[in-house]
Design a protein around this ligand. Structure first.
Ligand code: ZN
Length: 273
């Protein structure tokens, strides 16, 4: 995957009318679409007079709608590291993802505007957003989508050494925006293809631990004993803690910063890092 003339080679380019002047990109801003397929979101976002440089579907397919050196309307009111209005200095990527769910039903997680559609529990991460709010369900990002996004991130950073950092919309518009949310492994992208990033909350929170219980430890779908057991972790299993929620810890087992589930914090011992 690489970029020539501000366009990603070999992916569809579907020019939007909503693009502005030339920019020098300094940040890469990650968003979720809060919608279905990337193609539908390209249309929906265009119809609202908004735009983004790239859309990444759940299966990893990519669509570009704005050249990388032109302004797109994705960030809105936003601030980061002394910059005001990140549209002026960033590339925006919309990732197909439904976002949050506030109702748990027998068939899975849903919310009022989904027309009865439910997402089964394995496709949902239960977490509280680091900017606040209640514990909710969040659609998990499929691995095929994250892989394509990683390749895209590397291609962009290779073409634009001016980019200093990868951030979430929820970093730059914290009171207003929840995307890409707790299910998105931002730390995995912050150091991809660029110089050492300056790190954000997610990166600083990472810590290495091992399972200190005498018996196997339950890995659960949410922060409580009422949540589904996703697996059993043997004593001594090494993992990283991504976030604390009360007595519970959201953990990453593979070292790829992707959340794998929750364990009770009483059965973890810090081993450094
Ligand atoms: Zn956004």
């Amino acid at each position: 995957m690489h970029i020539e003339n501000h366009r990603l080679k070999d992916v569809p380019f579907d020019a939007t009318p909503h693009m502005g002047r030339e920019i020098t990109p300094r940040f890469l801003v990650m968003h979720y679409t809060a919608g279905g397929s990337a193609l539908n979101s390209v249309r929906a976002i265009r119809n609202r007079g908004l735009s983004a440089h790239f859309f990444v579907d759940r299966d990893g397919a990519i669509i570009q709608t704005v050249p990388c050196n032109r302004l797109a309307h994705h960030a809105g009111p936003s601030q980061w590291r002394g910059h005001d209005g990140l549209n002026n200095c960033s590339i925006g990527i919309e990732i197909a993802n439904l976002g949050w769910f506030d109702r748990k039903e027998a068939a899975g997680w849903t919310r009022s505007d989904l027309g009865g559609r439910c997402l089964p529990e394995p496709e949902v991460l239960i977490a509280r957003h680091r900017n606040g709010g209640p514990s909710m369900g969040w659609e998990a990002y499929p691995e095929a989508q994250l892989k394509a996004l990683a390749a895209l991130t590397e291609a962009i950073r290779a073409a634009y050494p001016s980019i200093q950092e990868v951030v979430g919309h929820d970093d730059i518009s914290p009171g207003r925006k929840l995307d890409p949310g707790p299910a998105f492994p931002l730390a995995r992208f912050q150091h991809l293809g660029g110089a050492a990033g300056s790190g954000t909350l997610a990166e600083n929170d990472l810590g290495a631990f091992e399972v200190s219980s005498r018996d196997n430890l339950n890995l659960r779908g949410g922060p409580g004993t009422g949540f589904t057991v996703l697996g059993k972790l043997a004593p001594g299993t090494r993992l990283r803690v991504l976030r604390e929620e009360g007595d519970w810890r959201l953990v990453d087992l593979q070292g790829d910063a992707v959340p794998d589930g929750f364990v009770h914090g009483a059965f973890l011992r810090r081993i450094g890092g």
